[in-house]
Structure formats: structure tokens, C-alpha cells
Design a binder for this molecule. Structure first.
Ligand SMILES: [Zn+2]
Length: 265
């Protein structure tokens, strides 16, 4: 059985002391494809950290909404160049985040709009980040899904258009994301006791519509709460998901692996 981690931040300083070991222990567990997400201008050139793993590593470049107030036109030009590289698979992660900061929505939308245009021009699938605010009025999912439906003119013949990563929306958001032809990115949060709604959403979506990810070093599965997450946890996440959802273990893992590979050029 093979696995892909479709959302890793292995360039994070949390891996500075044992990056090579973290990668090789994942590879030993058959996690052999990594989509490394480099989502701020200062991180893009960290792709060189993975030069020794040419077979295994692919990259997403983008500007995360938390940097909505601190990027330049020059950055957008460089972003487009980085995305033309032959190991780049996504523009991202991009999107809306109202959890920590919710008074700069206009800036977040502008950044998103600027990057969506790059996705259309190249053309390039996207990996989206979306997090609701603490008040019901700050519904980032509704805003993002409305925006994409209205403004995102990227199409990919008979393939999905990208991933809505670390899915944390409701049932209706999931339905709308699938209608937009996105995969739901599912990670260790699936195993958190409070996330019953997410588990039911994944069960309903089925292996055709999901990909596995870690979002490491963040969001470890319940068994490792409080510890650093790493791609070695993908098999456990896969096991938890197929057990809960009643998916055939091997077939679903294979299908989900192939979903991930479909983004590689
Ligand atoms: Zn991320």
C-alpha cells in the first residue's frame, strides 16, 4: 500500500534537527509522495531543502491569507515564476482565515483574487485554506465558496480543480466544495472526539472525493495530541478513516493515493 501526504510543511523549523529522518521514516511506511506547501514569499526558495528527494517531493507555492497585508507585486511575479517549475503541483495554500484576524477581509479577498488570476493564467489547480471566525457572522467557508463559484475560471478536463485542505466546514460546505470539483483534504482532526460531523461528512463523501494530508507539524492525530505531527502518521489517519467510514481498507487507500497522484504533471 502506498500513501501520499498532500499537505506537509516539512520546511518548518520544527523539522530543522531531524528533517531527513522524518522523511525517511515516512518513506519506510510507504508514504512516498509529499506535497510540500510553501505559503509565504520568504518560504518559496526552501524547496531547495528537498533537492535530495527528487522522486518524492512536489511543491505548492502561494501566499497564505495571514500575509494579506504584507506582500508586493514583485512577490506575485516571483510566485508565477515559481509555479512554472516542473515540480510544482499547486498554487497554495490560499484562501480566507477569519479565526485570528477578521478586520481585513477586503485585503484577504484582494490577495485571493490576485492569486486566482494566476491560477487561471498558468493554468494551475489550487490548494485552499479556509477557517471560520469565532463568531457565526465570520463565515469564511460561505465567503470562499461563493467567491470561487463566481470568480474562479480555472478548469481542468475530467480532473479535480484542487483541494480544500484541512476541511473543517459543515455538511453544506462540503457539498458545495464537491460541486466546485475540489477534493476535501482530511487529516488528524478526523480523529478528534468533537469532530463527529466531520467524520460523517467524510463517510458520505467517500474515497472518490478525499485526499489524505497531515498539515505537519500541526494537527497530529488524537493519539499524539500535543506532539509534533509528521508524514509518518498518514497510515494511522488512513486506518482511522477507513475503519470509521467502513471503506474497504486497501481499495480505498489505493483510490485515495491515485487521487493525489492525479495532480502530478
Ligand atoms: Zn498548511
Amino acid at each position: 500500500m502506498n500513501y501520499a501526504d498532500t499537505h506537509a510543511h516539512l520546511s518548518d523549523k520544527a523539522f530543522d534537527s531531524d528533517r531527513a529522518e522524518s522523511i525517511s521514516s515516512a518513506v519506510n511506511l510507504n508514504v512516498n509522495v509529499f506535497f510540500e506547501i510553501l505559503c509565504s514569499p520568504k518560504d518559496w526558495d526552501k524547496d531547495i531543502l528537498f533537492l535530495n528527494y527528487k522522486e518524492n517531493f512536489y511543491f505548492a507555492y502561494g501566499i497564505h491569507p495571514e500575509y494579506a497585508g504584507e506582500y508586493s507585486n514583485q512577490d506575485l511575479i516571483k510566485l508565477e515564476e515559481k509555479l512554472k517549475g516542473n515540480k510544482s503541483v499547486f498554487l497554495g495554500e490560499i484562501g480566507l482565515d477569519y479565526y485570528w484576524v477578521n478586520d481585513n477581509k477586503e485585503k484577504q479577498f484582494n490577495l485571493l483574487r490576485n492569486q486566482i488570476k494566476i491560477s487561471e493564467r498558468l493554468p494551475m489547480p489550487c490548494v485552499f485554506h479556509c477557517r471560520n471566525g469565532k463568531n457565526a457572522a465570520d463565515n469564511a467557508y460561505a465567503d470562499l465558496l461563493d467567491f470561487l463559484k463566481k470568480e474562479w475560471n480555472y478548469n481542468s478536463t475530467n480532473k479535480k480543480r484542487g483541494i480544500l485542505h484541512s476541511f473543517s466546514g459543515g455538511d453544506d460546505d462540503a457539498k458545495r466544495a464537491l460541486d466546485l470539483n475540489l477534493y476535501l483534504g482530511i487529516n488528524g482532526t478526523f480523529t478528534y472526539p468533537k469532530n463527529k460531523e466531520l467524520r460523517e461528512i467524510v463517510k458520505k463523501a467517500g474515497p472518490d472525493n478525499i485526499v489524505y494530508e497531515t498539515d505537519c507539524p500541526y494537527l497530529p492525530p488524537q493519539s499524539l495530541r500535543g506532539k509534533r505531527n509528521s508524514p509518518s502518521n498518514i497510515p494511522e489517519i488512513s486506518y482511522e478513516i477507513s475503519s470509521y467510514c467502513g471503506f474497504a481498507f486497501k481499495e480505498s487507500a489505493e483510490k485515495i493515493y491515485n487521487n493525489s497522484l492525479s495532480f502530478i504533471k
